[in-house]
Design a protein around this ligand. Structure first.
Ligand code: ACO
Length: 437
């Protein structure tokens, strides 16, 4: 919608009235449009008003808001993260992952009765069809990467449910959402147990979401989940549940916009998460810390990063240009875990690396701070997860965020995602016979 100047509501700025608008002039024609700025955003359709053949060039969406959303608020400059308005710090302190998942997919915190029903529903959807394990998972090579298995298993799961493609029906959508959130830990644990040749543990309905996952992962003979580790796992799940329009969530929305079923869309989102610049970074952090080997090697490593010989994994973020608030909470959780498990030998290297980088103008000038992945890998390692499982641990809780965005996209009836391109290839030319090339 393009508003004309007279219709604009002026806003007060320090006593003076400044219209919250932007005016764009096409210097080729002298044509002008003025459009409102709302929440720091203006509709790019203004450009098309000037000239329908004009497009904005914005590779990697550096300055494009691809959607409106009511799920997660993120202020990268001030290090703020809120789910549905609730600060991440409060959720991490007072809530549980299942309550947060409910909040994300339904928009409000549950009442006590709603939480009981939701917990019961999730708990009773944790089992997976036997053929998923016997016919599907058993087909993987013995040393398959668990994240590769997870991605494929999520897509395959959709083929077990008739209603998976019934995305126009809100009740069917809710059912798939419940299944995906409930079965993600089961799939994750199954992929791990297969990759190390251990028999699969069935879900235990008497346990919490986090404890059930840890039990499926580790139970051999007698095993009891330590409550401190169960809580740490749950906090990690809360912190990873959503992060607005990141690479994986954007993949979910783009695929979902074609009306693919949620299992296929979530498998695409998980594939995006798999990359080392996204959810794969925590795995890369541990490899990096192991490679550095000792505190004495930290300065030389930092120098090599500055020379462009690699990146400091777990540092930097597309949106946070200040400390990632999740990293602060995770750093504290790491110490709580180390109380039970003993300190990770890599912790001192991580602390030295953080200290060195935060004092170095290269990182300061580029506003590169530790992100969520810098310390999460150390916790996962202390909990005895192999590095190959780290991204899977991220994918389990992110499932609720992906599904919340998928639901929002369908509710709003968004069109199919279809960006345009700036063609810079060859002009028309005649086919050259192979003998003449
Ligand atoms: N180490 C060293 N230099 C870095 C780093 C890093 N981790 N991150 C960015 N830079 C530098 C770049 O080289 C670039 O420098 P230049 O301006 O001299 O060319 C500048 O900082 C800007 O970097 P971009 O790549 O343009 O920043 P972008 O916003 O595209 O990238 C990203 C963000 C991908 C997260 C990046 O910081 C990175 O690769 N970090 C390491 C991987 C990582 O930890 N990823 C996890 C992110 S959190 C998550 O996905 C859950």
């Amino acid at each position: 919608m393009i508003l004309r100047p007279a219709e604009f509501q002026p806003w007060s700025h320090g006593g003076s009235h400044v219209p919250e608008t932007i005016t764009i002039t096409d210097d080729r024609t002298g044509k002008t449009v003025t459009v409102p700025i709302e929440g720091g955003v203006f509709p790019s359709s203004a450009l098309r008003e000037l000239d329908p053949s004009l497009y904005m060039y914005d590779p990697a969406y550096l300055s494009t808001a691809a959607t409106q959303s009511q799920i997660t608020y993120l202020d990268g400059t001030n290090g703020v993260l809120r789910y549905r308005g609730y600060p991440i710090e409060q959720l991490a302190e007072h809530s549980t992952y299942l309550e947060v998942a409910y909040l994300l997919v339904n928009g409000e915190l549950p009442t006590a009765a709603e939480l009981t029903t939701w917990t019961d529903d999730v708990t009773h959807h944790t089992f997976i069809h036997e053929n998923m394990r016997k016919r599907f998972v058993d087909g993987f090579h013995y040393d398959a990467h668990p994240m590769g298995m997870f991605v494929s298993a999520v897509a395959a799961l959709g083929t077990f449910y008739d209603g998976a493609k019934d995305i126009e029906d809100p009740a069917a959508r809710k059912h798939q959402t419940l299944r995906l959130i409930a079965k993600s830990p089961t799939i994750a644990a199954m992929c791990y147990r297969f990759s190390v040749g251990l028999p699969f543990n069935q879900p235990d309905n008497d346990l919490s979401y986090a404890a059930n996952f840890l039990n499926m992962m580790w139970k051999i003979g007698d095993y009891e989940v330590d409550p401190a580790l169960e809580r740490a796992m749950d906090i990690l799940f809360i912190l990873h549940a959503d992060h607005e329009q990141n690479c994986g969530t954007t993949a979910m929305r783009v695929i979902g916009s074609s009306h693919a079923d949620p299992y296929s869309s979530a498998a695409g989102a998980a594939s995006a998460l798999y990359g080392p610049r996204h959810g794969g970074a925590n795995e890369a952090v541990i490899r990096m810390l192991t490679e550095i080997g000792s505190i004495e090697n930290v300065p030389a490593f930092v120098e090599s990063v500055k020379k462009g010989e690699g990146r400091l994994m777990g540092f930097g973020h597309r949106v946070y240009k200040n400390y990632d608030p999740r990293a602060t909470i995770i750093k504290k959780a790491a110490y709580d875990v180390f109380e039970v498990t003993g300190k990770s030998p890599l912790l001192d290297i991580a602390l030295k690396l953080e200290e060195t980088a935060l004092e170095d103008p290269y990182f300061v000038d580029r506003k590169l701070y530790p992100n969520v992945d810098f310390y999460s890998g150390l916790i996962y390692q202390a909990l005895k997860f192999p590095v190959e499982m780290f991204t899977v641990l991220f994918a389990i809780p992110r499932m609720s965020g992906w599904l919340a965005h998928w639901e929002e996209l369908l509710d709003e009836g968004q069109k199919i995602s279809r960006p345009r391109q700036w063609y810079t290839g060859a002009d028309e030319r005649d086919y050259t016979p192979i003998a003449n090339r």
